[in-house]
Write a new protein. Structure first.
Length: 311
């Protein structure tokens, strides 16, 4: 019973993604400049929608795409930051129980969104509904080369737009554009590394994404670090363009403090690949993963802080 409660409350929601979701939503609020108790409502709606999305991802990858089925060595492996892929295959929860948990999280999210809709405008549903559907697009995209785009859209532009919807006169165009650096980092860079770690058992099951493509090209992937470096660079270039276009404030340059973490991530991965294949279980692999994720969360947090200070 304790294992079930832990799975419901901790494993399935995969709270490691909380900084990304909160920073994106608060960036949308900061763009509108309207802080208040509705900020808490829209943020809680996003948090519980993230919990729903992660929960349903576990269900869909088991019951729909089949990527999490089979013996332990034949399915997606638990990462140092999440083990949500294991709950059904290991017999901790049934698909029906995971489905019910996902619906519960989604209902809670809808309740908070309804408060914003009542106090501000029903337009929030035009963002909330597509955001809820992103989890299906993400699972389907793992077999069709666009899971990175789906994840980036959900944790980037749509999440920022959801935060902007708490304002009475939101600028959704600026909110969408402001979310693009987050999409490049969390949707592409982080997802490529994540899927690369799962490529070996899942390629025979039809996995098709950038991470799997890199792994198939060379299992001792000399291309992983350069590709991650490309997306880290693109995020900064995109941010610079948004500052010059007056979408973001110049103070968002605080995000440059994340650069050392990105450099350490790339150098660690490169070193590990020069010695042995990088896996989720290798000590060097774990260091690279946490440096990369830490850099992404620091980038998002400092960009948000800069936008608030500059605004």
């Amino acid at each position: 019973m304790k294992r079930k409660f832990f799975a419901y409350l901790v494993t399935l929601p995969r709270w490691f993604g909380l900084p990304a979701a909160v920073c994106a939503v608060l960036l949308g609020v900061a763009l509108g400049g309207h802080w208040g108790w509705l900020t808490a409502m829209v943020t809680l709606s996003a948090i519980f929608q993230m919990a729903y999305a992660h929960t349903f991802n576990a269900l869909l990858d088991y019951s729909w795409t089949g990527l999490d089925r089979g013996a332990k060595e034949e399915r997606s492996q638990g990462k140092p930051y999440t083990f949500g892929q294991q709950v059904i295959a290991d017999g901790i929860l049934t698909p029906r129980e995971v489905f019910a948990a996902g619906l519960a999280y989604l209902a809670i999210s809808a309740g908070f969104a309804a408060v914003v809709s009542w106090k501000v405008s029903p337009i929030i549903w035009a963002i909330w509904v597509p955001l809820a559907l992103c989890t299906f697009l993400y699972s389907y995209g793992k077999l069709h080369y666009f899971c990175e785009a789906a994840l980036g859209l959900g944790f980037g532009p749509l999440a920022v737009m959801l935060g902007a919807s708490a304002a009475h006169h939101p600028d959704f165009k600026d909110a969408f554009l402001a979310g693009l650096p987050f999409a490049l980092l969390f949707g592409y860079a982080a997802e490529i590394a994540d899927q690369w770690l799962d490529a070996e058992p899942n390629i025979p099951k039809g996995l098709k994404n950038i991470g799997a493509l890199l792994y198939r090209k060379d299992p001792r992937d000399r291309y992983l670090a350069p590709v991650l470096g490309l997306f880290f660079s693109l995020a900064y270039i995109c941010q610079l363009g948004l500052v010059l276009s007056h979408v973001l404030e110049a103070e968002t340059c605080l995000s440059l403090w994340a650069l050392p973490f990105f450099v350490l991530c790339l150098s660690t991965i490169s070193h590990d690949l020069g010695v042995t294949q990088c896996t989720a279980r290798s000590s060097l692999g774990k260091v690279g993963i946490f440096m990369g994720l830490g850099g992404i969360f620091i980038f998002m947090t400092l960009l948000l802080v800069g936008q608030i200070v500059g605004g």
